[in-house]
Ligand binder design. Structure first.
Ligand code: TRP
Length: 453
């Protein structure tokens, strides 16, 4: 194989690594709070639709670019035999990598918070009678040094896994963490489904009341579908480049999308019954997980264990996604800048630490930078997910649709043993060539017009 690039050793290994990338803070923290803020059922419905229509097709495209070129996102988007010397497409790859750094700046901070919450849960803090809303997170937010320390712990853990490489680091750790995560989610689901608020929660999540949905909800559903599948950052291109030649892409992409969507829905089914049982508002925003939820654990018989299981599970999710965020960047520095894996890993960690320090500093009362009343974290999140990701997805779609030769696409997409793939091929090509670009341009046009008027 060219350049002796590492590969995942098995399908299961890839599944766990890719699912680990997709299932993250986006699944447990962001999905419930935006679904809650957008009124529940209608948004959930749109989100599932966006994953099936847009996310799945772009996921096939990203994995394909990696698998065929055996390069990182920038390398794949400037693949000599497809684009010659033209450098224009690279722009989308660079934008994707830039997006990775932006997201890293807050993903690592929130992962650090999760470590703190695991420790607090283990210490029984959430089941003490003097627990009040937001106390743990507010105290933490006031402690800059502690936050930076927690980020450092998280970076060291991530670094030690990514530094070990694709097989011994990423694949091996995902094989352990992901099955554990699934087990914990099952336990939590079992607990939530017997709560008195479960009925109301299920109705809130699955009864599509479109009257509560705004146009912004539509855009957020598309943005979150991309984010949740780790698309638009180059992470899935890198993971695709470690696939073995015989792997069949559509079935891998379907697996990843389905498992990620199931987990997102499970996250909602764990969290909303808790929220409704305690009679608090489901639209608390980003604070839902870190402010609202911790107060409620004390009301359950098994509260201590539920809280601990919940935050441990959240940490596994955050860690496996951080690993893949790192890997997208590490692959770039290894391929394009010829760094060694250790060199690239240390570089990415160093940059992440600097970014995190800036972001943490901007959030504390010492400096407290806000833009139009919103914190840096909220601004980064908003612009990243609703603006940058769709643009990268647009580039990836057009590139796959128009630049990748048809025989290569066909060979990667179609599996003789699978007649469904033969039938779906023309639909997928039409999706990446026309439908997805048109939809994204439409969504961007709406946002631009809001921005201007
Ligand atoms: N999908 C991840 C989540 O749901 C977040 C994420 C977005 C991500 N883009 C990524 C993770 C790129 C790794 C790599 O939390």
């Amino acid at each position: 194989m060219r350049r002796g690039r590492a590969t995942f050793t098995s399908r299961f290994g890839f599944y766990m690594a890719a699912a680990g990338s997709a299932i993250g803070l986006g699944t447990f923290w962001r999905f419930p709070y935006i679904a809650g803020a957008n009124g529940g059922g209608g948004f959930v419905f749109l989100y599932v639709f966006a994953v099936a229509i847009i996310g799945l097709s772009v996921l096939v495209a990203e994995l394909m670019l990696g698998k065929v070129t055996r390069f990182n996102v920038v390398g794949a988007l400037s693949y000599r035999s497809w684009v010659g010397k033209s450098k224009g497409w690279r722009f989308f790859g660079i934008l994707g990598l830039a997006a990775s750094f932006v997201i890293l700046s807050y993903y690592t901070i929130i992962s650090g918070w999760v470590i703190h919450f695991v420790v607090q849960a283990a210490a029984g803090k959430f089941t003490r009678s003097d627990m009040s809303s937001g106390i743990v997170i507010d105290q933490l937010m006031a402690k800059t040094i502690l936050q930076i320390l927690l980020v450092s712990v998280h970076l060291i853990v991530t670094m030690s896994i990514v530094g070990r490489g694709v097989q011994d680091g990423i694949e091996k750790s995902s094989r352990v963490f992901m099955p554990l995560l699934f087990l914990i989610v099952l336990f939590l689901l079992g607990h939530s489904m017997f709560l008195p608020g479960a009925r109301e929660a299920l109705r809130f999540m699955f009864y599509p009341d479109f009257s509560r949905l705004s146009t912004m909800g539509l855009i957020e559903a598309v943005g979150h579908a991309l984010f949740s599948l780790s698309l638009g950052f180059g992470a899935m291109v890198a993971y695709g480049s470690y696939l073995r030649p015989e792997v069949h892409l559509p079935s891998e992409a379907v697996f990843v999308s389905v498992i990620d969507t199931i987990l997102s829905l499970c996250a909602g089914m764990v969290i909303f019954p808790i929220v409704f049982t305690a009679n608090v508002a489901p639209n608390a925003g980003p604070g839902l997980l870190f402010k609202t939820l911790p107060v409620i654990f004390g009301q359950f018989a098994m509260g201590y264990w539920v809280a601990l299981a919940f935050f441990v599970c959240l940490y596994f999710a955050a860690l496996s996604s951080s690993i893949s965020l790192f890997e997208g960047l590490v692959a770039y520095f290894m391929d394009e800048k010829k760094l060694t894996r250790s060199g690239a890993t240390i570089l990415v960690s160093g940059i992440s630490l600097v970014l995190a320090v800036f972001t943490v500093a901007s959030e504390t009362s010492v400096i407290n930078v806000t833009i139009a009343g919103r914190t840096m974290l909220e601004v980064a999140d908003q612009y990243l997910i609703n603006w940058t990701l769709p643009v990268v997805a647009l580039g990836v779609s057009l590139y796959t649709g128009f630049k990748v030769p048809d025989d290569i696409r066909r060979q990667e997409f179609i599996d003789e043993a699978n007649p469904a793939a033969v039938k779906l091929y023309p639909t997928w090509v039409a999706m990446v060539r026309w439908f997805i670009p048109a939809l994204i341009i439409f969504a961007m046009a709406i946002q631009v017009s809001w921005f201007i008027f």
